[in-house]
Design a protein. Sequence first.
Length: 73
Amino acid sequence: MYVCICHGFNEKKVKQALSQGVCTAAGFFNCMGCKPQCGKCVPYVRQMVADHRKTMTCANTCEPLEEAAIAAE
């Protein structure tokens, strides 16, 4: 499912960033190298971060995601 229509981010991309240590919505957008456009995705990204925090420890680090690796999945 698409999370951000403006940037074309789907749930898989958000989950991949979370698995790399992203701990905030702002951290996700920083990791993706962009900022929210219309802002409609921000509450959903925040919820995904909150859900992830309940199950995992945040490393608070992030390397830029490789588009090729995401596309290959």
